[in-house]
Design a protein around this ligand. Structure first.
Ligand SMILES: [Zn+2]
Length: 322
């Protein structure tokens, strides 16, 4: 994907494209912003553009260099991505061995690249030892090299690491803008585009990963069976943690909507805009204290879910408060 294809990050991309023309530019960058807004994609695109054989100021995505970087096979572009291929991997640590391997490579003369690039995705997973080791490279970066740290949780990084990097901020889309984009560029129908934009809070990466997943149908099934009809037999068999997380996510959006309707939020801001008639009916069923209790229960339930609580037990407690 080229810079031109990355949506909604014009400010960050302008800075990066200026970097390409500035020989005295920083050698270490920190890309920050929520998950799913294009940080890692932009880091990879910068690595491609720096080394693209077309040298056009954006990557071509077709030359030998671009293709090797895309497949993580370029000898001079080193990517540390412990989360690759796994879901919810915040627990995966980036070890001192990972950093030592990177240091060995970045200190070698480039085989074929104009500039060696190292990208560390989810850099908040660096262990303290790995952070200390990385700091040495950030203090004295090898010539013609660029290090890009990518994180949605910069507060977990050592301050000394942050202070060595130029920070580039990435922002989520405005929800209405993401809704328009999902309709225009990805042919989503009105209800789906609205739900994705609001459910994903403007994060395009998440919206794209969910757009074909039958999400709208599934969330409406959960609303019907768990909330409006107060549970059905389906929900008692073979429930796993991931399924329960989905139920909780949908329940959280529903009661958030009920609450915000009660305090007078405009209907267009509802996540479950496609179910606004039922939401309006639900409004009268819950007092503010009851809604507070439900919202608190759901938020606690996400924590319990991390602590190996039996999903069935948690679901039956959830049903009891709804
Ligand atoms: Zn290229």
């Amino acid at each position: 994907m080229s810079f031109q294809d990355i949506k909604g990050q014009e400010q960050a991309i302008n800075i990066l494209q200026n970097y390409l023309h500035d020989k005295g530019a920083a050698q270490s960058y920190l890309f920050t912003g929520p998950q799913g807004v294009g940080k890692f994609l932009s880091a990879k695109t910068l690595a491609k553009t720096l080394n693209c054989l077309q040298e056009s100021g954006d990557c071509c995505d077709a030359c030998a260099s671009c293709l090797k970087i895309e497949k993580s096979q370029h000898p001079d572009v080193h990517i540390i991505d412990v989360s690759a291929g796994a879901a919810d991997t915040d627990s995966s640590a980036i070890s001192i061995e990972d950093i030592r391997r990177m240091q060995k490579e970045i200190n070698l003369k480039a085989y074929e690249a104009r500039e060696k690039v190292c990208i560390i995705n989810d850099a908040h997973n660096l262990t303290p030892e790995a952070s200390n080791a990385l700091l040495k490279t950030l203090e004295e970066p090898p010539q013609d090299s660029l290090i890009i740290l990518v994180t949605s949780k910069p507060s977990l990084l050592f301050k000394t690491i942050i202070s060595r990097c130029k920070i580039i901020k990435f922002y989520p889309f405005k929800r209405s803008a993401l809704k328009d984009l999902m309709k225009r560029e990805y042919s989503c129908h009105e209800d789906l585009a609205h739900f994705l934009a609001y459910f994903c809070e403007g994060r395009i990466g998440q919206a794209l990963s969910l757009k074909d997943a039958g999400l709208l149908k599934e969330k409406n099934k959960i609303i019907d069976e768990l909330i409006l009809r107060k549970g059905s037999a389906d929900y008692r068999k073979g429930l796993d943690r991931e399924e329960l997380r989905r139920y909780l996510n949908v329940a959280a959006t529903w009661f958030r909507d009920v609450y915000l309707l009660k305090i007078g939020l405009s209907h267009s801001e509802l996540i479950n805009f496609d179910r606004r008639q039922e939401l309006l009916r639900s409004m009268g069923l819950y007092s503010y204290p009851a809604l507070n209790e439900i919202i608190r229960f759901i938020s606690d339930a996400f924590l319990y879910l991390e602590q190996n609580i039996n999903p069935k037990l948690l679901l039956s407690n959830l049903k009891a408060v709804l």
